[in-house]
Ligand binder design. Structure first.
Ligand SMILES: [Zn+2]
Length: 110
């Protein structure tokens, strides 16, 4: 069984405040994420090994955008996304508390 069978996949866009390294201006950018939510249950065809792997699997999301174009019209240079994790685990969501362990306001400033 493939690890993909453990997750529901979907694409999401999230806003992040980034500082352009060229002009140092901060702006909000939409970054694309691939979100993989752990399924509640494994398909019935899962064997022992799949079950063990599934037990350890955690919901997570992977950042898809590495480059953004500066929003400052006098700059417009492309720069690499820095200060935003490329992989974020979503344990709180999986546990049903309803909120990811990502605080959008602080996200990217850590
Ligand atoms: Zn810039």
């Amino acid at each position: 069984m493939d690890e993909r069978d453990f997750f529901e996949e979907r694409q999401e866009t999230r806003k992040h405040t980034l500082n352009c390294p060229h002009c140092r201006q901060a702006a909000e950018y939409d970054l694309g994420w691939l979100v993989r939510h752990k399924k509640r249950q494994l398909p019935p065809r899962a064997d022992e090994q799949d079950r063990a792997k599934f037990a350890k699997a955690r919901s997570y999301m992977v950042r898809r955008d590495d480059l953004v174009g500066c929003k400052n019209v006098r700059c417009r240079k492309r720069f690499e996304v820095a200060g935003v994790q490329s992989v974020v685990f979503l344990d709180d969501v999986a546990a049903g508390t309803g909120r990811p362990d990502v605080d959008d306001d602080n996200f990217g400033n850590r």
